[in-house]
Write a protein that binds this ligand. Structure first.
Ligand code: 13P
Length: 251
């Protein structure tokens, strides 16, 4: 049985005091949610304060990206070691906004993933197709490229610290959620790719989150699909009650 993992990606939202207030508000609402693993990913600026507020709780903290060096002359970058030092056990790598707004390539994301894992972080690694890629029948090619290039060079032991997040770009922040059937189809396809690369046991064990306009009222039906193992939530994670309701759907 795969334990569902439900993570909030706060993206570039919330000032420090707001981020801490959200963390404090969330804590009691989900304190008894032992059936799911919970992670929140604040901005770099708020990480340390949020991690302090959540210390000793059942909510882990993650970064939203991590660079491929430990320290040095890399202006504006943050290393996995710095994330860990600030209280993170997780980071997101390969979010579609990194791929499409900031130009992170498959090669760079593979490097980021491997360095984050080697540095002791667990990683939510994101994949997902654009609307035009889906419409033009390229969806499977895109997902395959992102998985094969992204996970290149990892060992099966590495993979135990990776969660995949399927986030169709057309569903992110649009209010248009993939149907449970659409999500399940891609999750099954993705798990088969992992099987080809790492074998049946690794494929069975890896958790695949869905992300893209997840809300309290569509969470349960998505999670009911056998290959949907949790969520990466954007907008609905910015309010304690709506994120808690999504978490409750996983309990
Ligand atoms: P929304 O839940 O706002 O659609 O964002 C999804 C997402 O990108 C999470 O990483």
């Amino acid at each position: 049985m795969r334990k569902p993992i439900i993570a909030g990606n706060w993206k570039m939202n919330l000032k420090v005091a707001e981020a801490v207030a959200l963390a404090e508000a969330l804590k009691p609402l989900v304190a008894d949610a032992a059936a799911v693993e919970i992670v929140v990913c604040p901005t770099y600026v708020s990480l340390y304060s949020v991690a302090k507020a959540l210390a000793g709780s059942n909510i882990a903290v993650g970064g939203q990206d991590a660079y491929v060096k430990e320290s040095g002359a890399y202006t504006a970058a943050i290393s996995p070691q710095m994330l860990a030092d600030a209280g993170c056990t997780w980071t997101i790598i390969g979010h579609s906004e990194r791929r499409h707004i900031f130009g992170d390539t498959d090669t760079l994301l593979n490097e980021k993933l491997r360095f984050a894992l080697a540095s002791g972080l667990k990683v939510m690694f994101c994949i997902g197709e654009l609307l035009e890629e889906r419409k033009s029948g390229k969806m499977e090619d895109v997902i395959k490229r992102q998985v094969v290039e992204g996970l290149k060079g990892l060992s099966s032991a590495d993979l135990a610290n990776v969660v995949l997040a399927y986030e169709p770009v057309w569903a992110i922040g649009t209010g248009e959620t993939a149907s449970p059937e659409q999500a399940e189809e891609v999750h099954v396809f993705t798990r088969a790719l992992v099987r080809d690369m790492f074998g049946a046991d690794a494929a069975e064990a890896i958790r695949i989150q869905y992300g893209g306009s997840v809300k309290a009222d569509n969470a349960a039906e998505l999670l009911a699909k056998p290959n949907v193992d949790g969520f990466l939530v954007g907008g609905a994670a910015l309010k304690a009650d709506s994120f808690a309701a999504i978490i409750k759907a996983g309990c």
